[in-house]
Design a protein. Structure first.
Length: 316
């Protein structure tokens, strides 16, 4: 649910009086639904018939928490679709990145940084804040998955490649440590998940959708949220509950407002913005089922200086 689709719902609810506040304080983010196994497998006759009745892009009200993962993977209908949904073709989590010739893989504290995601920016849907990202090119993220999770600042690298047509997929993920050590944080039901040939986590495809984005309680102290803070706590609580019930929410998102678990993740100077929030999901486990936040200075985002990002994490 983005701002455009939220407005009529809000005005027709018990929170109609809050629209001026929400319009002023809210922004938009791109939330993502992870689709294990990719989306390119041939569809069966039954699945093709279903797709005729319910093609991607149309509004679908499905019980997505109870959908079978294989069905979601093959039919691409796992996201509640109120608003446009974009299906990643070159965008994905994990797997192997597409890189230019001679690229020097970034190092972390004890090993090469873990490749966690790449986004073909031409695949992103339109949303408020889209100007912070170039219209095309590839944005790739690497974090230190072998770090000490007692430290809250993580080694990170974000690489932007303007000419995505010049990129080729690498054949193997470089590693210095025993892969079994890496699999302490990358496990699926107790089994190791690294591909023995590529030494990479299996790729996870994604669907992307623009949604309205409001701050978590931990980030509410910033001046730009002064109108929100002025609302009674019980009123704000009830509105947030209503918002969650009426829209797709996820801890995988590009831009928008950070959703911390316990601690504020942005600087108190209010000069930073969230670039990528990456929650724990099978097979990724960040610390104690935590989330990674890749953060950029506002001026760096405006100038597309993604090489200056920092990363932190928060957990339960």
């Amino acid at each position: 649910m983005n701002k455009k689709t939220l407005r009529p719902l809000l005005l027709d609810s018990q929170f109609a009086d809050l629209w001026p506040v929400i319009e002023q304080c809210a922004t938009e983010a791109v939330v993502m639904r992870a689709i294990p196994g990719g989306v390119d497998a041939p569809l069966s006759a039954e699945e093709l018939e279903f797709m005729k009745l319910s093609p991607p892009g149309e509004e679908q009200r499905l019980d997505w928490d109870n959908l079978d993962d294989e069905f979601v993977r093959r039919t691409r209908v796992g996201v509640p679709q109120i608003g446009p949904v974009s299906w990643g073709k070159r965008s994905h989590f994990g797997g192997l990145p597409e890189l230019p010739p001679g690229f020097e893989w970034p190092m972390g504290s004890e090993d090469y940084l873990e490749f966690v995601a790449q986004f073909d920016l031409s695949e992103l849907p339109n949303f408020e804040g889209r100007e912070f990202l170039p219209s095309c090119g590839m944005l790739s993220f690497f974090v230190d998955a072998a770090c000490d999770w007692g430290e809250f600042e993580l080694p990170v690298a974000c690489s932007f490649f303007p000419e995505s047509s010049a990129l080729t997929r690498v054949s193997q993920h470089p590693r210095m440590r025993d892969p079994l050590e890496t699999e302490v944080w990358a496990r699926s039901e107790g089994e190791g998940v690294l591909d023995p040939k590529t030494k990479a986590i299996p790729p996870v495809s994604l669907a992307m959708q623009p949604v309205i984005s409001l701050p978590g309680w931990e980030e509410m102290s910033f001046r730009r949220f002064e109108m929100l803070r002025a609302l009674p706590d019980d009123r704000l609580d009830a509105f947030f509950d209503w918002l969650v019930d009426n829209g797709p929410w996820n801890d995988l998102q590009l831009l928008g407002e950070a959703q911390p678990i316990q601690n504020a993740v942005l600087s108190e100077d209010d000069d930073e913005r969230l670039l990528l929030q990456l929650g724990s999901f099978d097979p990724y486990m960040w610390g104690d089922d935590g989330q990674i936040y890749i953060i950029a200075k506002l001026d760096d985002l405006r100038n597309h200086r993604f090489d200056r990002v920092r990363a932190t994490w928060d957990g339960s």
